[in-house]
Ligand binder design. Structure first.
Ligand code: URA
Length: 418
């Protein structure tokens, strides 16, 4: 049976619900080996899943564990498909919570070159191991709470995702849709806003695939009575200035204190506005006004502080200073692009991410970009500073595309699909 199922997928045939359930549940129970599951995943990478197979597999993933019910109205979940320097959850959750939206966030750790919210929060000592009761109480009291995946929520995704990561089987639309939507549906929120990253630093490299994935996730949502909105956003350059756990929390705090105007700020305002629009059922423009006011009035930052207190974080850790390696520009010109993937891999090597599941993170490691895309840089200006393992300190001028003519300003938001 195991061989027949792999063989069927290798020969481009569709698998039935029963066959998918037998194989994936067998793997979860330890009756199917990593090797056999890898063969099936590789066959799926090559020949894809049909829409019906994606629906079936999502259902099987959801039923592999508990399903949370969140006893709160105006509840919106946000998910990012992962990128470099993506600290939006730390900014968006307090903004929308300060406007009456409830956001229960079950987040993951980073693996490979993409970061995870849980690691970022642990860099300032936040307790991300809440019981279900503490989690729900946090959402009720503050408006949002962030914790790691509970043991019983989509255990199948947890096991398969870990295997996909080490077998080069992450970049498949059907597998991504199944993985994201099963977690979101089991997580309980009725409204789901997905930040779908597109570009060389993201799992999805082009707009065509991103649109296809968005449509599939929206349709899965419909089947489970969930409203799904996908915001396609650019991930060819890192998001914001700081990459690395503690460094990213520092930048999030600056945005919440209204001290930053960059693509990160633009994206957080946009995503928050969509969430407030959906959660309060008002127009996008009124939502945006409220969002900007929440930042400018300090309401959003106050929520962030309430959250840090509830989950025992320690903001004094942000004061830590360390020696870094400064990279100076070797020529003058406008920055057209900063290679997100290369920056992500270097940041991981510096100690900010894990190459293997059990690697230990250096919370202070990472990269601060002193210049952003579109800015003019003069020879010998500071381009960026590297922190962490000094054997990876190096000149990275080649990660920066520097041109003579000012490049056209590209919006961070590519499109919205509902
Ligand atoms: N995020 C997920 O949760 N799963 C994927 O497969 C990709 C991104």
């Amino acid at each position: 049976m195991i061989f027949d199922i792999i063989n069927k997928k290798e020969h481009k045939k569709q698998l039935s619900y029963e066959e998918l359930s037998f194989f994936f549940n067998g793997y979860l129970k330890g009756e199917i080996t990593d090797d056999d599951m890898t063969k099936l995943l590789k066959a799926i990478m090559k020949n894809n899943l049909s829409i019906r197979e994606i629906y079936d597999l999502t259902d099987i993933f959801i039923k592999s564990g508990d399903i949370l019910t969140i006893p709160i109205d105006s509840c919106v979940d946000k998910h990012s498909t992962g990128g470099i320097g993506d600290k939006t959850t730390l900014i968006v959750a307090p903004i929308v919570a300060s406007l009456g939206i409830y956001m229960p966030k079950l987040s993951g750790r980073g693996l490979g070159y993409t970061g995870g919210t849980i690691d970022k929060l642990e860099s300032i000592g936040v307790n991300t191991n809440l019981t279900e009761e503490e989690f729900i109480n946090g959402v009720k009291k503050i408006g949002f709470s962030i914790t790691g995946q509970t043991k019983n929520l989509c255990p199948m995704d947890k096991k398969i995702y870990a295997l996909r990561d080490v077998t080069n089987t992450t970049e498949n639309i059907g597998l991504i849709a199944t993985s994201i939507m099963s977690k979101k549906i089991a997580g309980g929120a009725k409204n789901i806003v997905i930040d779908l990253k597109v570009g060389n630093g993201a799992l999805i490299k082009n707009k065509k695939d991103a649109k296809k994935l968005a449509k599939i996730m929206i349709n899965i949502g419909k089947k489970y009575n969930r409203k799904v909105v996908c915001v396609l956003t650019d991930m060819n350059s890192p998001l914001g200035s700081n990459i690395g756990n503690l460094l990213e929390v520092k930048e999030a705090v600056l945005v919440l204190n209204n001290k930053v105007r960059n693509k990160l700020y633009d994206l957080c305002v946009y995503l928050s506005s969509v969430i407030v629009e959906v959660g309060l059922n008002i127009s996008f423009n009124s939502a945006k006004e409220k969002v900007i006011d929440a930042i400018e009035s300090g309401k959003a930052y106050k929520k962030f502080l309430d959250f840090i207190e509830y989950q025992n974080g320690d903001l004094s850790l942000l004061e830590k200073r360390q020696e870094g390696y400064q990279v100076l520009a070797t020529k003058s010109g406008y920055i057209k692009n900063i290679d997100a993937l290369k920056i992500g891999i270097l940041s991981m090597n510096l100690g900010a991410g894990r190459k293997n599941k059990d690697d230990k993170i250096d919370f202070e490691a990472g990269i601060v970009l002193n210049k952003q895309v579109g800015e003019y840089v003069k020879e010998n200006d500071l381009l960026c500073t590297l922190y962490g393992k000094d054997e990876f300190f190096q000149d990275i001028n080649q990660y920066f595309e520097i041109v003579n003519r000012k490049p056209k300003n590209k919006n961070i938001v590519i499109s919205i699909i509902r």
